[in-house]
Design a protein around this ligand. Sequence first.
Ligand SMILES: Cc1ncc(COP(=O)(O)O)c(C=O)c1O
Ligand SMILES: [Zn+2]
Length: 386
Amino acid sequence: MFLTHLECTSCGLRHECVRLQNVCTACGKPLFAIVDLAAAGRALNREKLSSREKSLWRYCELLPLPKNAEPISLGEGGTPLLRAKKFADGLDVWIKDEAQNPTQSFKARGMSVAVSMAKHLGAKKLAVPSAGNAGGALAAYAARAGLEAHIFMPRDTPRANVIECRELGAHVDLIDGLITDCGAEIARRKDTEGWFDMSTLKEPYRIEGKKTLGYELAEQLNWKLPDVILYPTGGGTGLIGMWKSFDEMEALSWIDKNRPRMFSVQASGCAPIVRAFETGEKFATEFPNAHTRASGLRVPKAIGDFLILEILRESNGGAVAVGDEEMIHTTREVGSKEGLFVSPEGAACFAALKSLRSAGKIDIDERIVIFNTGSGIKYLDCFNDS
Ligand SMILES: Cc1ncc(COP(=O)(O)O)c(C=O)c1O
Ligand SMILES: [Zn+2]
């Protein structure tokens, strides 16, 4: 609502925000939406929030949609932050349960804001490459907005995601390849087809929806951030969005300068960020033969890799890889101990907690937040019947 302009995350070039934009026109890197925080802070304070609706639109002054435009909403955000009971083993662990969003994943946050902006700026046809959950979310919000959705997914995407997209009225194409191949197909065809590309970080507003993860977390913890955050990282929008929200909240004087140590959790079969973190690289090279059943983590190359790596290093956090077998096994442990049927991506974070703890990287008195980014119900093909 107090959006002033878009700014390149790499070269700093300023772009106008009055038309549809993808990446930086000079260097091709992601753009950030810049909000006039001084003005937003005069219109909204922490106390005002207590009487507002539960959805992420409670932070509307900090979101890019103008006041006179109608949000495309299905009730996203406002998810519970649950104290882990038995899994935590004496630690102060909390679970942000993003499976309770519309379309059962945190992708709803980004798509609600991005589809609202795309519609406001005149887009008619939206296209996205997806590991599954982003496709489902785009299909739902596009339907709600009366826009066309064109979704490109790898052929081995979980069946539930494919069916969901079709039942929500989207055009679905299954591609023999990875999410990067799906993105390339959209890039090839978007101009002739008239599609607006909604790919992660190739569009500036999904991250604005995702940053509400950080606002909610702070609000739910009474404006004191945890010591450690574990986040399952594919394209990294949630991690980057949260970090952006921390900077914004500090500028608003809503939080102090203390930041959590941020940990990216990836699958051993597709761990470009883990590898680049360990070798000290600024960018992550494409991970060869990417494979994992956690489809959301099957992202061999992310356009925001340098932003993710900067955050992990600046926060004194790190990156952890988890094998598929352990992920699936941990799903049942979390389910039976906590009452949540988590996605394999979420389960990976629980497994990572154990390995960080045994490596001595987490102290007993620290507060940890795990993001369960989606529901296990979308991944039935990953589980045994017994
Ligand atoms: C359940 C789930 N968790 C995590 C991710 C990775 O998210 P991000 O792209 O924000 O890193 C995805 C992406 O598809 C997902 O579906
Ligand atoms: Zn640039």
